[in-house]
Ligand binder design. Structure first.
Ligand SMILES: Cc1ncc(COP(=O)(O)O)c(CN[C@@H](CCC(=O)O)C(=O)O)c1O
Length: 384
């Protein structure tokens, strides 16, 4: 018998599988709200002009194809560090940051998970918000960490369950690893206020918890990269030596280029050197070193998303929907957590050729001024 006769058929990916279903649909006005990937008002993927210009420069430079270092190109990682921590960051001035280029945000999470599995002095367990990005659990489980949840979303208020969140963070044993979405929470689009972030930082400091930030949408939430980085920067100012994952898939539209970074704030330059050496030892047998790669227009994308939120809500209200759709405009970032049930999401796909994930999340980037009317009518029909 074949070596693989025992390999079972696995299910399609909860998110990327939606795009397969969308592609299989021949209806000409089909709408894809599944994958969190920005689309312009024609529903087309958007390549930032600055990226096109950089691309031309790289090609014109006729650069050689030499290996990048294990942690990537210093010009890139220095720029990524400055974008995340701020050009005036003490951590950068005191040379206390370990940063490596990664295979996009997923690669940053996986390198982070693997490093924590190998060196974290506390329990090898990470606490994820409930709900969280569909792939977080698998990334950390495959890194060898246990995964637990902390309360995050209150479906009755369609808002943050701040009390539940604080209670669960307090209940976790001292020194637990807590994953935090820096901004534009996926899938709910619900973020803590700056004051709530201050309280979360205080509680985590009291508990000696480790803050593991996932920042996949910096600049994409508010349109301002500094505002969107408030949480990780506040934690660092408060003395948390955080881990931070950066993805440039969405805010730079570099999805398929797989551009990201993983960083760890250390106590001193001496500690940074030891930690960096171990990050290199971890990456070398993983993929050795990252692809040659490149890094302005994100505000334009954030503004279009905010405009589509308002349009969808307005259309639903004009259709006479009895539901309260205010969360569509109060949520922030790539996604709107509609509150629709899985069977309603199925009906949207089967009867209306509108595709999104079963949890009721829609990628607002898939909405255009051309499809928002039909989208509203479809949602109105399945929600009554
Ligand atoms: C919170 C969060 N972290 C990390 C990532 C990973 O992004 P990279 O492409 O590896 O940089 C995503 C992408 N989530 C989007 C995109 C599709 C996907 O990978 O699931 C989504 O949820 O639709 C994300 O939403």
């Amino acid at each position: 018998a074949s070596a693989w006769s025992k390999v079972p058929q696995g299910p399609p990916d909860a998110i990327l599988g939606i795009t397969e279903a969308f592609k299989a649909d021949s209806f000409k006005e089909k709408i894809n709200l599944g994958v969190g990937a920005y689309r312009d008002d024609k529903g087309k993927p958007y390549v930032l002009p600055s990226v096109r210009a950089a691309e031309d420069k790289v090609v014109a430079s006729r650069s050689d194809k030499e290996y990048a270092g294990i942690t990537g190109i210093p010009a890139f990682t220095n720029a990524a560090a400055e974008l995340a921590y701020g050009s005036d960051s003490a951590v950068l001035k005191e040379d206390r940051l370990v940063i490596t280029q990664t295979i996009s945000g997923t690669g940053a999470l996986r390198i982070g998970g693997a490093f924590l599995e190998r060196f974290y002095p506390g329990a090898k367990k990470v606490y994820l918000p409930n709900p969280s990005w569909a792939n977080h659990g698998a990334v950390f489980k495959d890194s060898g960490l246990e995964v637990e949840k902390y309360r995050y979303y209150n479906k009755d208020t369609i808002g943050l369950d701040f009390e539940g969140l604080v209670e669960d963070i307090k209940a976790a044993p001292n020194g637990s690893i807590i994953l935090l979405h820096a901004c534009a929470h996926n899938p709910t689009g619900v973020d803590p206020t700056q004051d709530q972030w201050r309280q979360i930082s205080d509680v985590m400091k009291q508990k000696g918890h480790f803050a593991f930030f996932d920042m996949a949408y910096q600049g994409f939430a508010s349109g301002n990269a500094d505002v969107d980085a408030f949480a990780p920067r506040h934690f660092v100012k408060e003395g948390h030596n955080i881990a931070l994952c950066q993805s440039f898939a969405k805010n730079m539209g570099l999805y398929g280029e797989r551009v990201g970074a993983f960083s760890l704030v250390c106590e001193s330059t001496e500690e940074k050197k030891r930690v960096e050496s171990q990050i290199k030892i971890l990456i070398r047998p993983f993929y050795s070193n990252p692809p040659f790669t490149w890094l302005g227009e994100v505000k334009g994308m954030a503004d279009r998303i905010i405009e589509m939120r308002a349009l969808l809500r307005k259309n639903l209200e004009q259709l006479g929907s009895k539901h309260d759709w205010s969360h569509i405009t109060s949520q922030i970032g790539m996604f709107a957590f509609t509150g629709l049930k899985p069977e309603q999401m199925d009906a949207l796909a089967k009867e209306h050729s509108v595709y999104a994930t079963k949890d009721g999340r829609i990628s607002v980037a898939g909405i255009t001024s051309g499809n928002v009317q039909r989208l509203a009518e479809s949602i109105f029909k399945v929600t009554g």
